[in-house]
Design a protein around this ligand. Structure first.
Ligand SMILES: Nc1ncnc2c1ncn2[C@@H]1O[C@H](COP(=O)(O)OP(=O)(O)OP(=O)(O)O)[C@@H](O)[C@H]1O
Length: 707
C-alpha cells in the first residue's frame, strides 16, 4: 500500500500526550490505521516495542492490526493479542510461578462444556431450596440458555455477586429466574475450587479468571507494565475487559481506545456501549475524546445507506463514490443467487486474477456457502474460505458423506480410497461417531480412524460394529439408542436401493427418517449452531438432488469438486468467502452480500439490534462497490431501510478534518451555540472551524489548544 498522508485529525490523535484517549468514529474512518500510527509514533519517540500492547477481540482483528502496524512501519516486536489469549498467557505464567493452581482443564467448545452444564442443572434441581417454578430440563436448549447466561454474567462481572448476595434479590435485580441463577452458581462452584484454583475453564472464563487472580493476589503479582496500551474495536468491551485493561494500566501507561457503537456484535457476552462513553471516563478519569469525522473507505452513496440504516450521520471523505447495486434473483431457481454472484465475480475480474483478491462474498452464516462454493468451483473462480471450513470438511457434511460410503455397494467397483481422501475418511468416522453419540475413548476412536484410513472398506465394519453395538446402553439416553437403531435400519434399507435411487433421494430419505435437524441439536449447545448445521444439511441434499446423479456418480462428482476446490483454494489471488462477523475490521474493493432474504438476514431468532449492526458491518467493508442480492418477492427488510431509490449522492465534500472539538457541558450548550459553535451528530460534540477565534472558546478547549 502507498504511504498515506495523515489528516490533521489523525495527527492530533497521534500527538496526544495525556494518559487516556478515546476515539469514536464511523466504519472506515481510519480508527485502526490511526491507532497503529500512534503506536509507531510512540516507538519512534523512544518507547521500546515491548512496552506497547495492542488488544483486540478476535484473531481476525489481530491479523488486521498487524497489517496496519506494518503499513505504519512499526517494529515487529509490538505485541498484538486478543484479551482471551492475553488472559490465558497471564494465567499460564502465574501457574508456572506457583501462584495459582496448575490443574485447570481447558474446554475449547460449548459442546465440551456440556457435561458440566448438565451437572450444574442436576445439582441445582436436587438442592433443597430449588426454585419450584423453574424447569430444570436436561436439554440442549436449556444448556444453551445456561451457557449464554454464564457468559453474560461473567462478562458483566455480575457472577461475582452471587457469592455475596442472595439469589432472590439478585434475580429480581437482573430480571432472571432464581433457578437459573442457582444453576450458574452451582456451575461456578464446580469450576472454581477456591480462589486461584480452577477445575476447568472455557473461553468465556479466561478474562474474568485472570481479573479475579489479579484482584485477589494483587499484592503478590506484579502485572506486566506497559507504556502504551492500545484497545481497538473497544465498542465490544464488557465490564471484565474494561477492568482487566484498568488493572494492566499503571500510573505511567497511556491508554488509547477506539470504536464505533454501531459495530457492537458481541452483545451475548455483555458488550456494553457505555465503555465508549461515560463508563470509560469513570475508569480512566481525564479521558480526552478526539474525533475522526469521515470514512476514508465508503463513498457518499454507501455512506448515505449506512446513515439510513443506523439513523446516524455518516460522512465520507473518499474521493470516489461507492455505489450500491441491488440484483434480484428468482428464489424458486435452486442456485440462482449463487449463479448471479459467480457471474458478477467473473465480470469484475475480466480474466484478471488480481481483481479477485480484492473481492469478498460475505455471508450471514457458513451454511450459506454450499451453493456458492459449488458455483465458484464450476466457474473455476479461485476462492479462500475464512473463519469456517469449506463445506466438504464440515462435520455434518462429513457425516452425510460417511453415510453414503456405508450404503454404497462397496468393494466391487473400486476402493473407497478413490471415493474420498484418506484424511476425509478418518474425519467421516469421527463425524459418524459424533452424531451417533459414541462414548469411545480418544484412543479407541483414533484406532478406528486409523484402521478405516488404512483399509477404507472397514468403514462398513465400523458401522456394523460400533454404531450398532450397545455396550454403552447403560449410560446412553434411550432417545439416542433409538436413533442409532434407526440409523442402522435406514442404512440397511438404503443399501437395497443403491442401484435404483439417486444420491439426492437417498440423502433426503435419511434426513427425514433420522430427523437430522434434531440430531444436530443433540450435538450443539447453541441453537444457532444447531440451526446452521440443519440448514447446511438441507443445502447439501438440495445440491445432491439438483445433480440428479446416482450414488456412485455423485461420489465421483463430489470427489472431483473437492479436488478442484482444493486446487482453487491454493491459488494466491482469490475471492474471500467469509461471514459478516469474521469480516469485521477488514475491507475489499468489491463486496457482495448474497441471500438477503426475509428470514435469513436478519435472522428472526437472533437479537434484532445485533443483526442490524452485523449488516452495517458487512456493508461497510466495501471501498469500490457494494452488490446486494435479494430474492424477488421476499427481500430482507434491511433493504427498504437503505432507501436505495434516492437520487445519487453528490461527491464527497472535503473531509471536515480541521474541526476543532470542544468539551461543552450540557448546561452550557446554548452559550456555545450563541458564540458560533456547531454540533457534530456523529461525534456528539460541539466544534468550531479554525476561522473562529479560539480565545472565546478557551474554557471548552484543552490546555494548549486555545492559543
Ligand atoms: N489519512 C488517510 N488517507 C487516506 N486513507 C486513509 C487514511 N487513513 C486511513 N486510511 C484508509 O482508510 C481505510 C479504513 O481505515 P481503517 O481500517 O483504519 O478504518 P477503521 O475506522 O478502523 O474501520 P472499521 O471501523 O471498519 O474497523 C483504509 O483503507 C486505510 O488505509
Amino acid at each position: 500500500m502507498n504511504a498515506i498522508t495523515l489528516t490533521a485529525e489523525q495527527r492530533r490523535i497521534i500527538g496526544h500526550a495525556g494518559p487516556s484517549l478515546l476515539v469514536e468514529a464511523v466504519a472506515g474512518a481510519g480508527k485502526t490505521t490511526t491507532l497503529a500510527q500512534f503506536a509507531a509514533h510512540r516507538h519512534r519517540q523512544g518507547l521500546p516495542a515491548e512496552a506497547i500492547l495492542v488488544l483486540v477481540f478476535t484473531p481476525a482483528a489481530e491479523q488486521v492490526f498487524r497489517q496496519r502496524l506494518r503499513e505504519a512501519q512499526a517494529p515487529d516486536g509490538i505485541a498484538v493479542s486478543t484479551y482471551a489469549a492475553l488472559a490465558a498467557r497471564l494465567l499460564g505464567q502465574w501457574r508456572e510461578q506457583g501462584l495459582i493452581d496448575g490443574a485447570a482443564r481447558y474446554l475449547d467448545s460449548p459442546q465440551a462444556l456440556r457435561p458440566q452444564l448438565f451437572e450444574a442443572i442436576e445439582q441445582a434441581a436436587e438442592a433443597p431450596d430449588a426454585d419450584r417454578d423453574y424447569n430444570y430440563d436436561l436439554t440442549h436448549l436449556h444448556a444453551e440458555i445456561v451457557m449464554r447466561q454464564l457468559a453474560r454474567l461473567k462478562g458483566t462481572l455480575a457472577l461475582r455477586r452471587l457469592e455475596e448476595e442472595d439469589d432472590a434479590t439478585l434475580a429480581d435485580e437482573l430480571d432472571l429466574p432464581r433457578g437459573l441463577l442457582a444453576i450458574c452458581r452451582r456451575h461456578e462452584r464446580l469450576r472454581r475450587i477456591e480462589p486461584g484454583s480452577f477445575a476447568f475453564q472455557a473461553a468465556h472464563d479466561l478474562v474474568p479468571d485472570a481479573l479475579d487472580v489479579l484482584e485477589q493476589f494483587g499484592d503478590q503479582i506484579e502485572p506486566p507494565r506497559y507504556g502504551l496500551i492500545v484497545a481497538d474495536e473497544w465498542h465490544d468491551a464488557n465490564a471484565a475487559h474494561a477492568r482487566l485493561l484498568r488493572r494492566l494500566a499503571g500510573p505511567q501507561t497511556c491508554v488509547v481506545a477506539a470504536g464505533d457503537r454501531e459495530q457492537v456484535v458481541h452483545g451475548w457476552h455483555g458488550a456494553d456501549p457505555r465503555y465508549m462513553g461515560e463508563a470509560h471516563a469513570e475508569l480512566f478519569p481525564g479521558t480526552r475524546q478526539l474525533p475522526l469525522t469521515a470514512s476514508f473507505r465508503c463513498g457518499p452513496t454507501l455512506g448515505a445507506c449506512a446513515a439510513a440504516l443506523t439513523g446516524r450521520p455518516f460522512a465520507s471523505s473518499r474521493p470516489g463514490d461507492t455505489p450500491v447495486l441491488l440484483e434480484r434473483y428468482d428464489p424458486a431457481a435452486a442456485e440462482a443467487c449463487a449463479q448471479q454472484v459467480a457471474a458478477r465475480l467473473r465480470a469484475l475480474a475480466g480474466g484478471r486474477a488480481a481483481v479477485l483478491a480484492d473481492c469478498a462474498v460475505l455471508l450471514h452464516g457458513p451454511d450459506q456457502s454450499i451453493a456458492l462454493e459449488n458455483q465458484l468451483i464450476r466457474a473455476g473462480i479461485p476462492y479462500a474460505v475464512e473463519g469456517f471450513d469449506s463445506y466438504f470438511q464440515r462435520v455434518e457434511i462429513l457425516m452425510l458423506r460417511g453415510l453414503l460410503l456405508i450404503v454404497r455397494k462397496s468393494g466391487e467397483a473400486r476402493s473407497l480410497h478413490k471415493a474420498a481422501p484418506v484424511a476425509d475418511v478418518r474425519a467421516m468416522v469421527r463425524a459418524l461417531g459424533l452424531f451417533a453419540g459414541l462414548r469411545h475413548s480418544e484412543r479407541e476412536m483414533a484406532q478406528a480412524e486409523r484402521s478405516v484410513a488404512d483399509d477404507p472398506d472397514l468403514i462398513l465394519d465400523f458401522y456394523r460394529g460400533w454404531l450398532r453395538e450397545e455396550r454403552d446402553a447403560a449410560q446412553a439416553p434411550p432417545a439416542l439408542l433409538r436413533w442409532r437403531r434407526r440409523l442402522a435400519a435406514v442404512c440397511e434399507f438404503l443399501r437395497q436401493q443403491a442401484d435404483d435411487w439417486s444420491a439426492g433421494r437417498m440423502l433426503a430419505h435419511a434426513a427425514a427418517e433420522l430427523q437430522l435437524a434434531d440430531a444436530a441439536r443433540r450435538l450443539f449447545v447453541f441453537e444457532r449452531d444447531a440451526r446452521a448445521v440443519a440448514r447446511s444439511i438441507d443445502g447439501f441434499i438440495a445440491h445432491a438432488e439438483a445433480t440428479g446423479l446416482p450414488l456412485e456418480g455423485f461420489l465421483d462428482a463430489l470427489e472431483a469438486a473437492q479436488r478442484e476446490s482444493a486446487s482453487l483454494r491454493k491459488r494466491r489471488q482469490r475471492v474471500t468467502l467469509a461471514t459478516a462477523r469474521d469480516a469485521k475490521g477488514k475491507e475489499w474493493q468489491h463486496v457482495l452480500l448474497p441471500y438477503l432474504a426475509d428470514g435469513e438476514f436478519p435472522d428472526p431468532r437472533e437479537d434484532g439490534g445485533e443483526e442490524r449492526r452485523l449488516f452495517y458491518v458487512a456493508m461497510t467493508r466495501a471501498r469500490g462497490a457494494l452488490y446486494l442480492y435479494a430474492p424477488e418477492g421476499r427481500p430482507s427488510r434491511f433493504l427498504a431501510t437503505l432507501q436505495l431509490d434516492r437520487p445519487p449522492a453528490p461527491p464527497a465534500a472535503a473531509a471536515p478534518a480541521d474541526r476543532i472539538y470542544l468539551r461543552v457541558p450540557f448546561a452550557e450548550k446554548d452559550e456555545a451555540r450563541r458564540l458560533g459553535a456547531r454540533w457534530d451528530g456523529i461525534q456528539r460534540q460541539w466544534w468550531i472551524p479554525p476561522s473562529l477565534a479560539r480565545r472565546s472558546f478557551a474554557r471548552w478547549l484543552a490546555d494548549g489548544e486555545a492559543e
